[in-house]
Design a protein. Structure first.
Length: 391
C-alpha cells in the first residue's frame, strides 16, 4: 500500500485532571444525557464491535461508535447544538430546559459558521425549539450540505472565504444584528456557549462507556477540527477512567492540522494553519485551535497525527466492508479517518515505528468514533464504490 503522508508527533502530557476538564465529569455528562433523552428522536447510537476485523489487524478488540444514526442528522453535531441552544434559551427566559417550546416562535435568531454538520445540528435544534437560524459556510462547501441545512428552515449561504474567516463573519453578524452566536470553537472572551456545546458532545462518550461495560480501551483515536469534540471526549474519558485512561491520539487532515502544529511546537502558544485548508475531510478543515479544547487535550493526549485524504479513504472502505461477520458502517470522510489511521498503522510496515511508539500490540483494545455518515453522498460513492483514492 502507498500512503502519501502520515506524520506523528509525541507530546508529553501530564495526565492530570483539574479545572480544565471539570466541566466534562461523569456527573455533568449524566445531566447532559438526561436533557438529550427529552428530545424527540433521541436514541442511543450503536457501538459496533468489529471483533473479526480486529483479529485480522492484529488487535485484541476494535470498537466504533456509529454517529450516523443521531437524530436523523447523519452526524453527532446535534448533541452540542441542542444542548447549547437550550442552555441559552433557559438563561434568557428563566424557563426550565424541558419547557422551552413554549417560547414564542421566532423570538431569537441563532447564527453560526459551519463546514456542514454543526450548522445542520444548530438548524435542527432551532427548528425544534421554534427559533430562527442563520448559517454561513466556507468557500468550497458542498451544495448537498447547504441544502440539508436549508431543509431544516434555516437561512444558509456559502461564503467566499475559508472556515476561520467565516467564523469571524458569523461573529460580526451576531454583533451587528443582535443575533446569538452559537459557535463550536472558543477564543478569549467567548467561552460559555462553546463550553455548553462541548458538554453536549459528552453523550457520545457516556453511551459508549455504558455499552463497553467492563471492557476498558487501551487506545482511543479522536479526529479534530478545532478540537472541541476531541476536548470534550478527552475530558470525559479522563474523569471516567482516571488512572486507567486510555492512550489518546488526535488525528487531523494535513491541510488543517492546527493541533498537530501546536503540539509539535510545544512552546505554550496556539499555532494556526492559514490558507485554503483543502481536504475532503470538510468537517475537520479548521485552521485555528479551540482554546477550551486545547486546555483539556494538552493534559491527556500523547500523540498527534497529520494525515492526507487517502487515510480517510482507507477508513471509509474498511468500515463499509469489514471482515465477514462484522457489521458494516457507512462512515463519511471525517468520520472514518481514525479508523483509516488504525488500519494503516497495523498493516503498513513503513509505519512500524509509529505503531510501536503508540504501544499497539495484540493485546490492544481500540475505540474510534465515526462522527458522520455519508454527509457527502457523491464523494462517498466515489471513494467506496469507485475506489477513488485521494491524495
Amino acid at each position: 500500500m502507498k500512503i502519501m503522508t502520515i506524520t506523528m508527533t509525541s507530546y508529553s502530557s501530564d495526565g492530570k485532571c483539574g479545572t480544565w476538564d471539570a466541566p466534562f465529569s461523569t456527573e455533568e455528562a449524566e445531566k447532559v444525557r438526561t436533557f438529550h433523552k427529552t428530545l424527540d428522536g433521541y436514541a442511543k447510537t450503536p457501538l459496533r464491535n468489529l471483533a473479526k476485523t480486529a483479529k485480522i489487524l492484529g488487535l485484541k478488540g476494535l470498537y466504533v461508535k456509529d454517529e450516523s444514526y443521531r437524530f436523523g442528522l447523519n452526524a453527532f453535531k446535534g448533541l452540542g447544538g441542542s444542548y447549547a441552544l437550550a442552555k441559552v434559551l433557559a438563561e434568557k427566559t428563566g424557563k426550565a430546559m424541558d419547557d422551552l417550546t413554549s417560547i414564542a416562535r421566532g423570538t431569537f435568531t441563532f447564527v453560526t459558521a459551519t463546514d456542514g454538520n454543526h450548522g445542520r445540528g444548530v438548524a435542527w435544534a432551532a427548528q425544534h425549539l421554534g427559533q430562527k437560524a442563520v448559517i454561513y459556510m466556507p468557500k468550497g462547501s458542498r451544495r448537498e450540505r447547504l441544502e440539508n441545512i436549508r431543509k431544516l428552515g434555516a437561512e444558509a449561504e456559502i461564503t467566499s472565504v475559508n472556515y476561520d474567516d467565516t467564523v469571524r463573519l458569523a461573529s460580526r453578524m451576531a454583533e451587528e444584528k443582535g443575533w446569538i452566536l452559537v459557535q463550536d470553537t472558543a477564543w478569549e472572551g467567548y467561552e460559555t456557549i462553546p463550553r455548553w456545546i462541548m458538554q453536549g458532545y459528552m453523550t457520545m462518550a457516556h453511551e459508549a462507556v455504558e455499552d463497553l461495560k467492563d471492557v476498558v480501551p487501551t487506545h482511543v483515536f479522536l479526529q479534530a477540527g478545532v478540537g472541541a469534540m476531541a476536548g470534550s471526549i478527552t475530558g470525559f474519558l479522563a474523569r471516567y477512567y482516571g488512572k486507567n485512561m486510555p492512550r489518546l491520539s488526535i488525528v487531523e487532515p494535513k491541510a488543517a492540522s492546527c493541533l498537530y502544529k501546536t503540539a509539535a511546537a510545544n512552546d505554550g502558544k496556539l499555532h494556526a494553519v492559514t490558507g485554503n485548508l483543502a481536504s475532503m475531510m470538510a468537517g475537520l478543515c479548521c485552521g485555528e485551535v479551540c482554546t477550551l479544547g486545547w486546555d483539556v487535550i494538552k493534559h491527556h493526549a500523547s500523540h498527534f497525527f497529520s494525515v492526507d485524504d487517502s487515510v480517510a479513504a482507507f477508513g471509509m472502505r474498511l468500515l463499509g466492508n469489514p471482515a465477514k461477520g462484522d457489521p458494516a458502517i457507512i462512515s463519511g470522510e471525517s468520520g472514518a479517518v481514525t479508523m483509516g489511521l488504525v488500519y494503516c498503522l497495523m498493516v503498513d510496515p513503513e509505519l512500524t515505528g509509529m505503531k510501536h511508539a503508540l504501544g499497539l500490540t495484540a493485546q490492544s483494545i481500540v475505540l474510534c468514533i465515526s462522527t458522520e455518515g455519508d454527509t457527502d453522498q457523491e464523494n462517498y460513492r466515489k471513494v467506496v464504490w469507485d475506489g477513488m483514492n485521494h491524495s
